[in-house]
Design a protein around this ligand. Structure first.
Ligand code: ADP
Ligand code: MG
Length: 683
C-alpha cells in the first residue's frame, strides 16, 4: 500500500464584490482583504472605534477583483493534479447564501473566463490526458447527487423521486447505493452532464433559490489510470468531490413551523454535524468523531480527517450588515485549518472498473482472433453503476469450435457456398435427390454463415463499445473546452511568475525588517528603553482588548446559537405533545406496548422501523390482494390481525364510504382478543 502523506486541510477565503443593490443602498465594505499576507480583516459596524479589528489568516485569500481562473489555479489546481495521480480530493464551498458558493463552484454562462471550479476541472483533466504518453489509459466517470432534508437524490437519474441509501463496504469505503456513475470521454460530455444535473436540482422546487440554498450538491469525478511498467499494469484511482454546501446562515425562526421547521432542523443537522465533526477533529481530547450523525458528514468522512487532499473555500459577503455571518464563517474556516488528513495514492481498489474493462477487451480480442467462446461471469457489483453487463456469457459455444480467425472462417464459408451454388447451377449429370441434398446443404451453410457473421458483429460491436469508454494518453478530447484549457494554462503561468517575484520581494522585506528590529533592540538611553517598553505595553494592552472583544463576541454567538437550539427544542416539544395526544386518544395501550416492542432504530436509514409495517393501517389499503397460498403464512396472519385491529378502530372504511366526521368506535372486547392473538403470534 502506498505511503500516506499527512497534510492540513487547506482553507481559502473569497470575498465577493458589493452587489449593485448594496451599492445603491449605500453600503460600505466591512471586509478588507490583504492578498500579500493572506489575511482578511473585518470591521464591526456596531462597536466603538477602540475595539481592535478582527484579522484572520488563511492559506490564500481572494478579493472582489479576483477572477475565476486565479481562484482555480490557486485553490483547486493542485487538488485536481493530485486526483490525476490517484489521490482522493475534495473541494467544498462553505458560506452564507448569496456570498458566491455556486459562482465559485459552477460559475455562470458559456464565457470560458466566467466558469467555476467544476467546469475548469473538466478542461484541466482532459488537457492533462492529452499531454500524457500513449502507454497510459484512462477511465473517467462522474456522478452528481443532492442532499435535501437528509434525503439523497441522484441528480442524473431518470426517476427523481427515489431516495438513495448510504452503504459501506470493506475495500471500497462509503458509497451511495444505486447512484449513477456515467462514463465520459471528453470535456464537453462532462459539461452536458453537469448541466443536466443542475437542471434537475431545481425541478419540483416551489422556490428554486430557497431550495438550492438549503440543499447540498456533490459532483464526483472518478479518474482511473492504468500504466504499464516492469511488465505489469499499475492501476490508480482518484476520486474528486466538488461540493456546493447549503447556506450556512442560521435559519430564521419566523415561519418555521410544522413541515418547514422539520426541514430547517434537518438542514441544520447536516451543517451543525459538519461543525461538530470539524471541532472534534481539531480537539486533541475528543475520542469520537460524529461522522454518522448526518448524511453529509458520512459522505465527506474521507475528506475531513481521512484519505483525501482537501480544500475548503469559505465565501463571505463584504457588506456591513453581513458582519455576524461573515465572522461566523471566518471562525468556522479558521478552525478547519487545523484538520489533519492522511492521503495516499489508491492502488487497484476493489471498485475500479478500468481493470475489468481491460480484461474484457482482451477476452473479446482473443475470441475474435481465435474464434473460440468461453462463458464468463455475468453481472456487476452494486457500486460501479453496472455498465459492462457480461458480454461473454451471452455468446454460445460452437459445436466443433476451433478453426482460424473469425474473418478467415467467414471468407472460407463464403467461398464454399459460392462453389456449391455454381455446382447447383450447372445441374448436369445430377439426379433429383442429389440436387435436393445439395440445396439443403447450401441452405444449412448459409444459415451457419449468417450466424457466424452476426456473432462476429456482436463481438466487434461490444469491443468497440468498451474501447470507446477508455481514453488513451495523448488523445485530445477537449473539443469546445480547448479555449478554457488555454486560458487556465496562461493564467497559471502568470501566477507562477508573480509568485517567484513575490518570494524575492518578501525575502528582501524580511531581511530589512530583521535589521530594523535589531536596531530597535539596542537602546541608547534609559529614556529610549522607557519609550520602547511603553510601546510594548500599549501593544499588549491592545491585544488584551482584542481578546476581550473576541470573548464577548464568542459569548454573544454562543448565546444566539443556544437560543436557536432552545427554540427548536420548544417547537419539537410542541409537536411531540401533539403526537402523544393523538397516540393517547386513538391507540390502545396494549397495541402501543406491542408497537414499542417491535419497533427498532435503523442507523443506516436514520428512522424507526416496525416489523410487518406493510400490513398496517394506511399501507394495508394500498396492498394488492395476496395470492391464496400466501394466506397460510405468518405474514398473512399478521395482516389479518392488523386489519382486524384497523377495523376495530374504525380505520378501514366499509364498502359505502362514511362521512369523514364520523367518530371512531372502539369495540373493546374484540380489541382485546385481537391484541392477545397478535401478541401470541409476534412472540
Ligand atoms: P450562493 O451560492 O453562495 O448562494 P451565488 O453564487 O448564487 O451565492 O452568488 C450570489 C450572487 O452574487 C450571484 O448573482 C453571483 O453571480 C454574484 N457573485 C458571487 N460571487 C461573485 C464574484 N466573485 N464576482 C461577481 N459576482 C459574484
Ligand atoms: Mg448557491
Amino acid at each position: 500500500m502506498a505511503e500516506a502523506e499527512v497534510d492540513n486541510v487547506r482553507v481559502v477565503v473569497r470575498c465577493r464584490p458589493l452587489s449593485d443593490q448594496e451599492v445603491s443602498e449605500g453600503y460600505d465594505s466591512a471586509v478588507k482583504v490583504d492578498a500579500q499576507n493572506n489575511s482578511i480583516t473585518v470591521v464591526n459596524p456596531s462597536t466603538s472605534h477602540n475595539e481592535p479589528l478582527k484579522t484572520f489568516t488563511f492559506d490564500a485569500v481572494f478579493d472582489a477583483d479576483c477572477d475565476q481562473m486565479t481562484v482555480y489555479n490557486r485553490a483547486a489546481r493542485s487538488i485536481v493534479e493530485n486526483v490525476l495521480q490517484g489521490y482522493n480530493g475534495t473541494i467544498f464551498a462553505y458560506g452564507q447564501t448569496g456570498t458566491g458558493k455556486t459562482h465559485t463552484m459552477s460559475g455562470n454562462g458559456n464565457d470560458p473566463a466566467e466558469r467555476g471550479v467544476i467546469p475548469n476541472s473538466f478542461a484541466h483533466i482532459f488537457d492533462h490526458i492529452s499531454k500524457c504518453q500513449h502507454d497510459k489509459t484512462f477511465l473517467v466517470r462522474v456522478s452528481y447527487l443532492e442532499i435535501y432534508n437528509e434525503e439523497i437524490r441522484d441528480l442524473l437519474a431518470k426517476d427523481q423521486s427515489q431516495h438513495l441509501e448510504i452503504k459501506e463496504q470493506h475495500g471500497v469505503g462509503v458509497y451511495v447505493r444505486g447512484l449513477q456513475n456515467v462514463t465520459v470521454s471528453n470535456a464537453d460530455d462532462m459539461d452536458r452532464i453537469m448541466q443536466l444535473g443542475n437542471n434537475n436540482r431545481s425541478v419540483g422546487a416551489t422556490n428554486m433559490n430557497a431550495k438550492s440554498s438549503r440543499s447540498h450538491a456533490m459532483f464526483t469525478v472518478t479518474i482511473e489510470c492504468s500504466e504499464e511498467s516492469d511488465g505489469r499494469k499499475h492501476l490508480t484511482q482518484g476520486k474528486l468531490h466538488l461540493v456546493d454546501l447549503a447556506g450556512s446562515e442560521r435559519q430564521s425562526k419566523t415561519g418555521s413551523t410544522g413541515q418547514r421547521l422539520k426541514e430547517a432542523s434537518k438542514i441544520n443537522l447536516s451543517l451543525s454535524t459538519l461543525g461538530n465533526v470539524i471541532s472534534a477533529l481539531v480537539d486533541a481530547k475528543s475520542t469520537h468523531i460524529p461522522y454518522r450523525n448526518s448524511k453529509l458528514t458520512r459522505l465527506l468522512q474521507d475528506s475531513l480527517g481521512g484519505n483525501s487532499k482537501t480544500v475548503m473555500c469559505a465565501c463571505v459577503g463584504p457588506a456591513s450588515y453581513n458582519y455576524d455571518e461573515t465572522i461566523s464563517t471566518l471562525r468556522y474556516a479558521n478552525r478547519a485549518k487545523n484538520i489533519k488528513n492522511a492521503a495516499r495514492i489508491n492502488e487497484d481498489p476493489k471498485d475500479a472498473l478500468l481493470r475489468k474493462y481491460q480484461d474484457e477487451i482482451e477476452l473479446l480480442k482473443n475470441q475474435l482472433e481465435n474464434d473460440e467462446f468461453s462463458s464468463g461471469e455475468e453481472g456487476e457489483d452494486d457500486f460501479d453503476g453496472g455498465e459492462v453487463g457480461g458480454v461473454h456469457g451471452r455468446i454460445r459455444g460452437k459445436s466443433g469450435g476451433g478453426g482460424g480467425a473469425y474473418e478467415d472462417r467467414i471468407r472460407e464459408m463464403e467461398l464454399d457456398i459460392a462453389a456449391k451454388r455454381a455446382e447447383l447451377e450447372k445441374q448436369r449429370g445430377m439426379t433429383e435427390s442429389e440436387r435436393t441434398k445439395l440445396r439443403s446443404d447450401l441452405a444449412a451453410k448459409e444459415t451457419e454463415l449468417a450466424k457466424t457473421r452476426s456473432e462476429f458483429e456482436q463481438l466487434s460491436a461490444k469491443l468497440a463499445q468498451i474501447e470507446k469508454k477508455l481514453i488513451v494518453g495523448g488523445e485530445n478530447m477537449l473539443e469546445k473546452a480547448q479555449e478554457q484549457a488555454r486560458l487556465l494554462d496562461e493564467s497559471n503561468r502568470e501566477l507562477e511568475r508573480a509568485k517567484q517575484n513575490e518570494t524575492k520581494l518578501r525575502k528582501a522585506l524580511e531581511s530589512r525588517h530583521a535589521e530594523r528590529l535589531d536596531i530597535e533592540e539596542k537602546y541608547n538611553s534609559l529614556q529610549e528603553e522607557a519609550s520602547g517598553k511603553s510601546k510594548k505595553l500599549k501593544k499588549v494592552w491592545q491585544m488584551l482588548n482584542g481578546s476581550r472583544a473576541e470573548l464577548n463576541d464568542l459569548n454573544a454567538e454562543h448565546q444566539r446559537e443556544m437560543e436557536g437550539l432552545l427554540d427548536n427544542v420548544r417547537q419539537l416539544k410542541k409537536e411531540l405533545q401533539l403526537n402523544m395526544k393523538v397516540i393517547d386518544a386513538y391507540i390502545p395501550r396494549d397495541y402501543l406496548e406491542l408497537i414499542e416492542k417491535f419497533v427498532s432504530w435503523n442507523d443506516e436509514v436514520g428512522e424507526w422501523q416496525l416489523k410487518g409495517i406493510a400490513y398496517t393501517g394506511n399501507n394495508m389499503r394500498a396492498t394488492k390482494p395476496i395470492p391464496p397460498p400466501f394466506y397460510r403464512s405468518e405474514s398473512s396472519q399478521l395482516q389479518m390481525l392488523y386489519s382486524s385491529y384497523a377495523e376495530t378502530l374504525g380505520m378501514v372504511p366499509s364498502q359505502a364510504a362514511k362521512p369523514p366526521t364520523q367518530k371512531l368506535r372502539l369495540k373493546s372486547g374484540k380489541k382485546e382478543r385481537t391484541a392477545a392473538r397478535l401478541k401470541a403470534l409476534l412472540d
